[in-house]
Design a protein around this ligand. Structure first.
Ligand SMILES: [Zn+2]
Ligand SMILES: [Zn+2]
Length: 346
């Protein structure tokens, strides 16, 4: 048996004893979790917003661990290897995987802690281990690497790459939560001239300044669009990254995008949003959407190893797996607790 954090239906959660997972397909591995974390998406699941995730599911889609067992078809990993678990499982063979669109893998994608049991437990079964786990180099900082399972590739792929951040360009990031901050850290690979961070929480804006934002705007007064237009000489921004997932923040991006610019959506939207084509039809803009494919994990590994970025800055709290309910309380009340990412040690 093992300890596991289980979704029990809207508003209900529990730390339970569950049977240790077994290999069910030849391409599976069983990984002993060393460190995991909680994602904003887990909070959506607990509210009942994610219908694919049924009660009884062990949550969690991020983490690092030690390979415990492998199926007979796994060749890249063996028991005892340390591995990073991608939030997206990829068969490597289907039409989407062949296009590096792992998020839409026909038999994988984001299934961990959603359609199959996840990483907030002592052990996890990872499907397609060869193409969904990443070997951890000797001496690597494993806490920092937990940030590479999901939020760093999400901020980078959906925000920075899709947003076409360029040297000398002006970027606005709406939402200074963990994913917005991940976009902020990785946008700096491309040396934009200005990164304007927009949020309602002064503490998070202060953190953004430390992470390299050139300016911050508190949007509580409802005038963020006017402020950004004033800051940019009425031009607007080349890249507007949406990292919240509500209509107001997407519409803010529509107001501040400059002619020729890109709105890169990251946020998970549960409601329809107004598309203001009456204002945008002639402005040569692009709007992109994406679910993280985690195709940049290997690249991000190198930037962490060479200290180009330090994702450990995102970690504010640490808990043992026994206290995961407290970890959820802390993460779920981030304004009060000032939590960004919480590390859970199994
Ligand atoms: Zn996530
Ligand atoms: Zn596939």
């Amino acid at each position: 048996m093992m300890k596991a954090f289980v979704y029990r239906g809207p508003g209900k959660k529990a730390l339970e004893q569950r049977p240790k997972p077994e290999i069910t397909a030849p391409t599976d591995a069983i990984v002993k979790i060393v460190k995991t974390t909680i994602c904003g998406t887990d909070l959506h699941i607990l509210k009942g917003d994610v219908p694919t995730c049924q009660p009884g599911r062990i949550l969690g889609h991020e983490g690092v661990g030690i390979v415990d067992k492998v199926g007979p078809a796994v060749t890249a990993f063996k028991p005892g290897d340390r591995a990073l678990i991608s939030c997206v499982s990829a068969c490597g063979k289907c039409v989407y995987c062949r296009k590096q669109m792992y998020s839409h893998c026909t038999t994988g994608g984001w299934i961990l802690g959603n359609k199959i049991d996840g990483t907030q437990a002592e052990f996890v079964r990872t499907p397609y281990a060869d193409t969904s786990l990443y070997p951890i180099p000797e001496g690597a900082d494993e806490e920092a690497l937990v940030m590479l399972s999901d939020i760093l590739p999400t901020g980078f792929e959906c925000g920075v790459l899709n947003g076409k951040v360029q040297p000398g360009s002006t970027v606005a990031i709406v939402g200074s939560g963990p994913v917005g901050l991940a976009a902020l850290l990785t946008a700096q690979f491309f040396s934009p001239a200005e990164i304007i961070m927009i949020d309602l929480d002064d503490n998070r804006l202060e953190i953004a300044k430390r992470f390299g934002a050139t300016t911050s705007v508190n949007s509580a007064d409802g005038k963020a669009a006017e402020t950004v237009m004033k800051m940019t000489g009425k031009r607007g921004v080349d890249t507007a990254i949406e990292a919240v997932g509500i209509p107001a923040t997407f519409e803010l991006c529509e107001k501040i995008v400059a002619p020729g610019g890109t709105i890169a959506n990251i946020g998970v939207h549960g409601q329809k949003v107004a598309l203001h084509l009456e204002r945008l039809w002639d402005r040569n803009i692009s709007i992109t959407t994406r679910l993280v494919d985690t195709v940049t994990i290997s690249m991000l590994f190198k930037t962490v190893g060479s200290h180009k970025i330090d994702p450990k800055l995102l970690i504010t709290h640490r808990f043992k797996l026994d206290r995961i309910l407290d970890a959820y309380e802390t993460f779920g009340h981030a304004t009060k607790t000032k939590a960004l990412k919480v590390i859970i040690e199994a």
